[in-house]
Design a protein around this ligand. Structure first.
Ligand code: 47J
Length: 331
């Protein structure tokens, strides 16, 4: 079996949403595929109205195939301190023509203000490893873990694009979606993330390669590229107008600065993925400002590097849960 679904970026590529069908008759919600967490949760009719602001709500009572998991609950807090919690139902879930008939659907009863404010986002599909699923008393499998046994190949791929729709594929690798070869690196799933080690980086096409091992996770649910301070310093020192602005909470530079270089990160076997300098202008710092917030920021608040959408949209990425490895290709 296999599946394929289009993803669509929101403004500034802050997140990528995909249509997902839940229940019978099907209820379609727009969800954020997040390889940095492992709960599938949705806005639901269990929420107080004050917590809802335009989102589409999953109504388990309107689904003839939903079964409440009595006594089961969930509660999750993300790296950006947003959070949600609620009850758990088993129901059918379809993503890109791939159906899991008995998926744990975590119906929200409480969501933090960040989620309420994000009216296009109806919830998340966590495709990290199930070991960090938050359902109590017994953790639940991710959508991919439930689907995996029936798939042609135990992989899903992420093709995120800058300012354009891309695609998530399940169970196969589309050889027309990338150029050159896919280079695989080992993944350590112990803490539930797609954690891998980059051998180093290079600033600019004429720069030298810095061999420094960078431990980090591939996280489709994080917008920016969060790297060690030493790497950020090496990058922003090449941009004339760049400075660290504590009031903005990070590195900024003049939006039109012509000296913004490309950034390359190593994968394996000498392969590097090139992130165009244009991806590093994340957004204007304030309305009418000429300064842009950098797409690369420090990972000092996290403890490890996060290869978020700014990096992932420069590549075709294979999440191989069958052999616990990540595949990287240019495109
Ligand atoms: C809601 C959400 C998801 C993620 C990445 N895993 N963050 C940082 N916030």
């Amino acid at each position: 079996d296999r599946g394929s679904v289009q993803n669509s970026p929101k403004l500034y590529d802050v997140e990528y949403l995909m249509p997902v069908s839940l229940g019978t008759p099907s209820q379609q919600l727009n969800l954020d595929l997040d390889t940095g967490s492992s709960d599938l949760w949705v806005f639901s009719t269990l929420l107080k109205e004050s917590m809802v602001n335009g989102q589409t709500l999953y109504n388990p009572n309107a689904s003839t195939t939903s079964d409440k998991m009595e006594g089961y609950t969930w509660k999750i807090t993300y790296g950006d301190q947003s959070y949600s919690s609620g009850d758990v139902y088993i129901d059918t879930v379809t993503i890109g023509d791939l159906t899991v008939s008995t998926q744990a659907v975590e119906a929200a009863k409480v969501v933090s203000e960040e989620f309420t404010a994000d009216s296009d986002n109806d919830g998340l599909v966590g495709l990290g490893f199930g070991i960090i699923n938050t359902v109590q008393p017994y953790k639940q499998k991710t959508f991919f873990e439930k689907a995996m046994p029936g798939l042609d190949s135990p992989v899903f791929t992420a093709d995120l694009k800058a300012g354009a729709p891309g695609r998530y594929n399940f169970g196969y690798i589309d050889d027309d979606a990338y150029s050159g070869n896919i280079t695989y690196v080992p993944v350590n799933s112990t803490d539930g993330f797609w954690r891998w080690v980059s051998p180093g980086f290079q600033v600019g096409s004429a720069g030298s390669f810095n061999s420094t091992r960078i431990h980090g996770i591939a996280d489709t649910g994080t917008t920016l590229l969060l790297l060690p301070d030493s790497v950020c310093d090496a990058f922003y020192s090449q941009i004339a107008s760049a400075e660290y602005e504590p009031s903005q909470g990070g590195y900024t530079f003049e939006c039109g600065d012509p000296t913004v270089p490309d950034f390359y990160f190593g994968t394996a076997n000498g392969q590097m993925i090139r992130i165009p300098g244009s991806y590093m202008s994340y957004s204007k710092t304030d309305t009418g400002s000429s300064r842009c917030f950098g797409g690369m920021q420090s990972d000092s608040g996290v403890g490890f590097t996060i290869w978020g959408d700014v990096a992932l949209k420069a590549a075709f990425v294979v999440f191989d849960q069958g052999s616990e490895q990540l595949g990287w290709a240019e495109k």
